[in-house]
Structure formats: structure tokens, C-alpha cells
Ligand binder design. Structure first.
Ligand SMILES: C[S@@+](CC[C@H](N)C(=O)[O-])C[C@H]1O[C@@H](n2cnc3c(N)ncnc32)[C@H](O)[C@@H]1O
Length: 205
């Protein structure tokens, strides 16, 4: 969906508020660290960060206009434990050490329904391999969507890399919902799966 242009959303302004605008290795300490990829306007990750002040949360979002909205929420909520990256998930390996992330969230990722575009899906095997390399042993991937074909096809990709521990075909509402989830709940069911990284699976990759 096309996002409204935000007049003040420039890289320079975002950088002045601490948003990371160019790829660089992050120096993460020993705290638990969670990453949301394609955060949109940031409602989910900001609420998680607010409720878990001892953990580190990282939002990566490629669209500068929606990234600006995450930054506004971070400022309004005074979240010291939220790092915002303006960037493309294709390059996440440039930001993180191997096995440094405890959990990855994918919420309402673009479905890319045409077969010729499937490799752009954030659940496509090329992305999954990177997620496995960045996750700690027993780290998790949580994927939530309203798009049934994407969900079904993503299960097929994900089960090759993760041990799927939970599949929900009609997820209940919760305190942690994205802007998309709130809209899409009015129309139909929400699907969610959780997959865990298992060391023997990682070693086989
Ligand atoms: C359908 S929206 C969902 C936004 C949010 N997760 C929600 O549920 O409200 C998908 C979001 O993922 C972002 N996105 C798509 N591909 C991306 C990529 N390769 N790297 C980072 N963000 C991406 C888009 O800019 C968009 O904000």
C-alpha cells in the first residue's frame, strides 16, 4: 500500500533522532534482543518495548515515511530500549553478529502473490537462512498475517529451517497488535506461527 509522504521525513532528520540510516554493525550488549522486520508505523514494537524495559527491541523498516512514524512514537513514549533502523531486510546481516538475536517478528509482511515475486517475501528461504544465522539457539521466528495463501506457503518454507511449535488459524486479539492487524481483524481470521531454531537444524544448513 502506498504510504502518505511525511514532509519532514528525511534521512538527516531521522538520523538526528538516533535512527540508523546506513548499514553498520550494532554493538548489542548481553540483554535479550528482539527484532521486528517491516515494522510499519511501529505500534507492535513500541508497545513491546514499553512493557519490557529490560530487553532491547529493534525495528527495521524500509519506507522512510512510516519509519518517521515509529520515531515519533519512540520519542513520545521515551523508549530508550528501542533501536530504529531505516533499511532493507535484504541487508540485515550487515547490522548483527551471528547468533545475537533472541526473536524475530514478521507482522503482516507484504504477500507478493505472483509467483515471479515470491522471492521478495520476507518468509522466502533466502531470508529464512539469514534469520537462522542471526538467531541464538532456541531463538524464535513469529510470523503473523491475514493472508491465508502466504501463511500456507510460508509454513512450507519455514518448516525446512525451524521447528514449528505453534500454528494458530484464528489468533485472538492481544495487547500487541500492529496497525494492519487492527484493520484486518474486522474482515477475517488472523494466522500466526512460531518456529524455534534448533541447533541440529542450524548445523545442517
Ligand atoms: C503490509 S505492511 C505491514 C506493516 C506492519 N508490520 C503492520 O502490520 O502494520 C509491510 C511493511 O513492511 C515493510 N517492508 C517491506 N519489505 C521490506 C524490507 N525488505 N525491509 C524492511 N521493511 C520492509 C513495508 O515498507 C511496510 O511498512
Amino acid at each position: 500500500m502506498r504510504q502518505k509522504k511525511v514532509k519532514y521525513a528525511t534521512k538527516e532528520i531521522l538520523e538526528s533522532y538516533g535512527v540508523i540510516v546506513e548499514p553498520k554493525r550494532l554493538n548489542l550488549d548481553e540483554k535479550r534482543t528482539y527484532l521486528e522486520i517491516g515494522s510499519g508505523k511501529g505500534q507492535f514494537i513500541t508497545k513491546l518495548a514499553e512493557d519490557n524495559p529490560n530487553d532491547i527491541f529493534i525495528a527495521i523498516e524500509v519506507n522512510i515515511n512510516v519509519c518517521f512514524r515509529i520515531m515519533e512514537k519512540k520519542e513520545a513514549m521515551k523508549l530508550d530500549n528501542l533501536i530504529i533502523i531505516l533499511g532493507d531486510a535484504s541487508f540485515i546481516h550487515l547490522y548483527f553478529d551471528l547468533e545475537s538475536i533472541d526473536g524475530i517478528y514478521l507482522n503482516f509482511s507484504d504477500p507478493w502473490p505472483k509467483a515471479k515475486h515470491h522471492k521478495r517475501r520476507l518468509t522466502y528461504p533466502t531470508f529464512l537462512k539469514t534469520y537462522v544465522s542471526l538467531l541464538k539457539n532456541n531463538g524464535f521466528l513469529q510470523f503473523r498475517t491475514d493472508h491465508q495463501p502466504l501463511f500456507q506457503e510460508s509454513i512450507e518454507y519455514i518448516e525446512n529451517y525451524f521447528h514449528i511449535t505453534e500454528v494458530e488459524n484464528n489468533l485472538s486479539a492481544s495487547a500487541y497488535m500492529t496497525e494492519y492487524e487492527i484493520k484486518k481483524r474486522a474482515i477475517g481470521p488472523i494466522y500466526q506461527l512460531i518456529g524455534k531454531v534448533e541447533k541440529h537444524v542450524k548445523e545442517g544448513l
